[in-house]
Design a protein around this ligand. Structure first.
Ligand code: IVH
Length: 703
């Protein structure tokens, strides 16, 4: 790689050194500011380190030229050079949502059915849902050793030093009875008064304010300079824990109640939320929810709902989880916050699959502490149904991180001259006709590959965080690279480094880029030449193939070759390959259809082939370590079961990597047959399959 700097330190005259030290002081200061105050670094940590190193080298050679504002004095060793990654011992889960009493009742009934509870009481722990950021803390023999952000749920960032600055996080556990290794999970947050004070200080220092306490907490926690984190007042509520023995094996807490364990955490030095309570009936749960809701505005911290958790730990582990959320918990969200404002304009945005989405441009208004100036209008039908017009006064609502929505139009305030909104029948970007297919309410641009907006959106999706995650390639950069015809397909991103060498006006000379950011970008691109299969699939942006489906495909086919071979074969719906695709749990015909047509289309296929050719490797799916003996096996449950319900048995089998099928065939590996197994049991015996009873099944999964 070419040097970032025009003159080597060894060749510098005194004058060169003086000029360069001044430049470096200003540049490092700028990047510190970008990183620390905006949480938006423009260069990679590696490049930042190079700047500091060069500064240090010049100062060593010319000690008398060291400046009074030298960067080496300012932050010194406290600056960490980027965060290391930490793989969570167990994934950090998310929560399914409940929006009303009916959803809570469904949740309770679902749990009761799953566990096969008859008259037994189902106690729930109700805790406020704190609106902050989750963190996982690890204690070995009672000593805080490391802490991580949630990250993508499986791998987070090592923010041990920053978490150490939080007084509510004990450095050593108090009392006794804690396991050899304890992991505590909870929410880092900033109180409302501390947030207000921070914003006043930001303003006085001419720095941009934070939008809300959660952003302020996030910006404070992900500081590379721990000295800055220390000045921010962060707090921590503990709400979950994992117990391990000294060898890292699971250890079962002695107390079988979540609430009791929270109190154990309290005794060990953690803060738990004082509004936590246990409830034994739906009525009690709802009463607790309303009690917390009433206190919401008076609490010194933001909450956005109540989390309901099955209190018995043995039941929690039987319930397990389903696609990254526990079956034993649910977040009961507070109703959205509302405000009144005016629609200045209606813009039509073109998404990556050609969907035309109308967006209301609003007169900015504060809703629940956040300034809102856009609201989604969803689609043409929604606009027509609510008769939303430009100039209308409307009520908008915002719930959590969801894009604000228009709830209703205040007709009395409508201008007499206003006209109904006419939804365009052509794509505003490429002019191709826009149509709504079948019973789809969404109008889509038919321009496909000729529509620049679709292309740009596809590319934005491709580089986004959960896809290729290329730092330094945001919407603005993609748009510019597209306009200048440098990046027209994902493969072009990986050719950029070479292409740039042949440009009359290389990217580093473009306005707003510069040597360092280009160097940074190329390093980020290089890092992604090897990519896990599931990210690769998700990045393709196939309609209806989100992260969960991409992961399922990766898990089922294992490698890119196997996946493509299977898809090619499945193009014929009479094949086993097609049946296998549909048999993937959670896959419907709609997903399969989109997947197949994506790969059948010559142009998209070419895009994929070019991409593969420009990468070093698409990594095979790596099955989680705890693969069980039944992983990959096809199991059929038939007849009745006594010790667990059929749905629990199915969930357990799937969580251990097995496939559960409804019918017995020669392919079946194990048949679990209880009393009354009838024809399936008979067929299994005829086929000479491995037939076991419920006790055999329990022994199998206990291994
Ligand atoms: S339990 C195993 N309890 O909500 C369940 N989460 O939507 C995992 N959160 O990432 C979380 N307060 O950041 C739990 N009392 C609480 C919580 C809570 C806030 C957050 C947490 C999590 C998110 C899930």
């Amino acid at each position: 790689m070419a040097s970032l700097f025009p003159i080597d330190v060894a060749d510098m005259s005194e004058l060169d050194a003086e000029v360069e030290l001044k430049r470096l002081a200003a540049e490092i200061k700028l990047h510190d500011k970008l990183y620390h105050t905006k949480d938006a670094p423009k260069i990679s940590d590696a490049v930042y380190d190079k700047l500091r190193l060069r500064n240090q080298e010049i100062e060593t050679k010319f000690p008398h030229l060291k400046r009074s504002d030298s960067p080496s004095d300012r932050v010194g060793s406290e600056v960490q050079s980027g965060f290391k990654k930490i793989t969570h011992t167990r994934p950090m889960l998310s929560l399914a949502n409940a929006f009303d009493e009916g959803d809570v009742q469904d949740f309770i009934e679902r749990v009761q059915r799953f566990l096969g509870l008859a008259d037994e009481e189902l106690v729930l722990t109700c805790e406020p849902k704190i609106d902050g950021l989750s963190a996982s803390l690890r204690y070995e023999h009672g000593v805080f050793v490391s802490g991580a952000t949630r990250g993508d749920g499986r791998v987070g960032e090592d923010i041990t030093q920053n978490l150490s600055t939080i007084a509510e996080i004990p450095k050593k556990l108090s009392g006794d009875g804690w396991p050899a290794v304890l992991e505590v999970r909870g929410e880092v947050y900033m109180s409302k008064p501390d947030f207000n004070a921070l914003n006043v200080a930001q303003e006085n220092a001419d720095k941009p304010p934070f939008a809300n306490p959660r952003n302020a907490a996030a910006g404070s926690l992900r500081q590379l300079d721990v000295a800055v984190t220390r000045t921010r007042k962060l707090q921590f509520f503990a709400y979950a824990y994992l117990f391990y023995d000294a060898d890292g094996n699971d250890a079962t807490p002695t107390l079988n109640s979540h609430n009791a364990n929270l109190h154990a955490l309290e005794a060990w030095g953690f803060t738990i939320n004082p509004l936590t309570a246990t409830c034994a009936t739906l009525a009690e749960t709802m009463a607790q929810y309303h009690k917390i809701e009433q206190q919401r505005s008076k609490l010194p911290y933001d909450i956005d709902g109540v989390v309901l958790k099955v209190d018995r730990l043995d039941w929690q582990s039987r319930l397990g989880m389903v696609s990254r959320a526990p079956r034993w918990a649910i977040a009961q969200k507070f109703p959205a916050e509302k405000a009144q404002t005016k629609i200045k304009d209606i813009e039509i945005q073109v998404g990556r699959t050609g969907a035309l989405t109308p967006v209301a441009k609003l007169e900015p208004v504060t809703v629940g502490g956040v300034v809102v100036s856009n609201a989604t209008l969803h689609n043409a039908d929604e606009i027509a149904r609510k008769d939303i017009r430009i100039g209308d006064t409307v009520i908008i609502q915002r719930a959590g991180d969801v894009i604000p929505q228009v709830v209703e139009v205040i007709i009395e305030k409508r201008d007499a001259a206003s006209q109904a909104f006419v939804f365009p029948d052509h794509c505003p970007d490429c002019g191709s006709p826009a149509i709504a297919e079948g019973d789809d309410v969404v109008m889509r641009c038919t321009g496909g590959l000729v529509c620049p907006a679709q292309h740009v959106e596809q590319l934005r999706h491709f580089v986004s965080r959960n896809a290729f995650d290329i730092d330094g390639l945001g919407a603005k950069q993609i748009e510019e690279l597209w306009q200048k015809e440098l990046v027209r397909s994902p493969a072009d991103i990986f050719k950029l480094v070479d292409k740039n060498k042949t440009l009359g006006e290389p990217i580093q000379n473009w306005k707003g880029w510069g040597e360092l950011s280009v160097d940074n970008l190329f390093a980020a691109i290089d890092e992604r030449r090897t990519i896990p299969l599931e990210r690769f699939i998700f990045a393709l942006g196939i309609r209806h193939v989100g992260q969960a489906s991409a992961r399922l495909l990766a898990k089922n086919y294992g490698s890119l070759d196997a996946l493509i071979t299977a898809i090619d074969a499945a193009q014929n719906v009479d094949t086993e390959a097609y049946a296998n695709l549909l048999a993937i749990d959670g896959f419907g015909e709609k997903v399969a259809k989109n997947l197949l047509s994506f790969f059948a289309e010559a142009a998209t296929r070419e895009m994929v082939d070019n991409l593969i050719a420009s990468l070093d490797r698409v990594e095979d799916f790596i099955a989680p370590k705890n693969d069980h003996a039944i992983a990959g096996k096809i199991i059929v449950f038939t007849g009745s079961m006594e010790k667990m319900t059929r749905s629990e048995a199915k969930a357990r089998a799937e969580s251990m990597g097995a496939k559960v099928s409804g019918s017995v065939s020669a392919k079946t590996d194990i048949v679990v047959a209880g009393p009354g197994s009838g024809s399936k049991g008979k067929k299994a015996k005829e086929l000479g399959l491995n037939v076991i009873d419920e006790d055999g099944w329990l022994a199998l999964i206990a291994e």
